[in-house]
Ligand binder design. Structure first.
Ligand SMILES: CNc1nc2cc(C(=O)NN)ccc2[nH]1
Ligand SMILES: [Zn+2]
Length: 357
């Protein structure tokens, strides 16, 4: 079946939207937060806990899986769903961001990008066609075009040059992607933090008439206000009957501010990464569990949190686990942080349905 987006409701109070995204591996209620499973696992959380806490879709990284275990392994397994035995939708990114941010010694040409693996220094060459072929083998429900994600800050001239190449690469991605029935190709809007370039990039991306559109190149160090301005500029240009995916976001405040500006899909490593370092989300803000004040605090992280961690363990015990660098500490705090964001999105979906935002 094709990938289809249903716009269920447009808020009257903001640009927020309530939607439903139908994919071969399941239906996704939007706005949605996608936990990041870079190397075919959401770090420190088991699949059954992800299902149980309400995960609808996870993200995996093409760059990482291509380098390790290698596409031949995943191909032989019958694709990424089979390889990792994940039963719900998967979105894979194209490696554009990783190649430009993770790998060293890269050379960009019109044809593609030569880069060295951050793992063993081996040389590789990604082209738009190659990246589509890799994602076709991975078999993810949503695949991303190969783009050039520019750093922040970035001068206007380079940002313009990069968005024009991204637009040419998008055409090559679309021409090479055949499995459109089972895998939705999203284009990625770039343009750094320049309104004129964001508008130009969005228009050139929407011209390709794709099942969904990503907003890339943000949350890369720019002030949040600037990120919100870029999202506002894009709202009237991106077609309202297609999902909008803001890459690399985010934290509760950014999720809320972006949802009310019309974004439907999000991914971010912050929830799991910061959990492993001992920082957890609460309604009152972030809690650094290592702080001495929690040494004899026998309450849960949050009284009204329904996650496994809050239902069974105290701040004192969690502080001990993190201080002792026990693996269980990373597991339990990751469960809380991901469930916190999933609950946060459940509330936003309900707020839109009941006209509160
Ligand atoms: C954490 N911030 C953040 N920004 C991102 C941008 C992109 C992008 O433009 N990919 N083509 C991807 C991941 C990102 N993560
Ligand atoms: Zn919890």
């Amino acid at each position: 079946m094709a990938i289809k987006f249903e716009l269920i409701k447009k808020s009257k109070k903001s640009n927020a939207r309530r939607g439903r995204l139908y994919t071969p591996h399941g239906v996704i209620e939007t706005p949605v937060f996608m936990p990041v499973g870079t190397q075919a696992t959401v770090k420190a959380i088991m699949h059954r806990d992800l299902y149980e806490m309400g995960t609808q879709i996870i993200l995996a990284n093409t760059y990482h899986l291509y380098l390790r275990p290698g596409i031949d392994v995943i191909k032989e397994a019958g694709g990424l769903h089979k390889f990792m035995n994940w039963q719900k939708p998967i979105l894979t990114d194209s490696g554009g961001f990783q190649v430009f941010s993770l790998s060293k010694l890269r050379t960009i040409t019109e044809d593609g990008v030569e880069f060295r693996s951050h793992i063993d220094g081996s040389r590789h060459f990604f082209t738009p066609e190659k990246v589509i072929e890799i994602q076709n083998i991975l078999g993810s429900d949503i695949i991303m075009a190969f783009d050039e994600c520019v750093p922040y800050p970035c001068d206007h001239e380079y940002a313009k040059w990069a968005l024009e190449r991204t637009a040419r690469w998008l055409k090559r991605c679309k021409a090479h992607h055949k499995n459109t029935e089972n895998q939705a190709l999203f284009g990625i809007v770039q343009g750094s933090t320049y309104k004129d370039l964001r508008i130009e990039s969005a228009k050139r991306t929407v011209e390709e008439d794709l099942p969904g559109y990503a907003i890339g190149g943000l949350s890369v160090g720019e002030p949040k206000e600037l990120m919100y301005e870029m999202i506002e500029v894009l709202h009237p240009i991106l077609p309202e009957d297609r999902p909008r995916y803001l890459m690399g976001v985010g934290t509760p405040d950014c999720l809320y501010e972006s949802v009310i500006r019309g974004v439907d899909m999000f991914d971010c490593v912050f929830a799991t990464r910061t959990a492993r370092n001992g920082t957890v989300f609460t309604k009152e803000g972030r809690m650094i569990i290592k702080n001495a004040q929690y040494a004899k605090d026998f309450r849960p992280i949050e009284e009204d949190c329904d996650c496994y961690t809050c239902q069974n363990f105290t701040r004192a015990y969690l502080r001990h686990l993190i201080k002792a660098e026990e693996i269980l500490g990373a597991i339990l705090l990751s469960i809380h942080n991901v469930r916190f964001l999933l609950r946060f999105m459940e509330k936003l979906r309900k707020d839109i349905e009941e006209d509160r935002i």
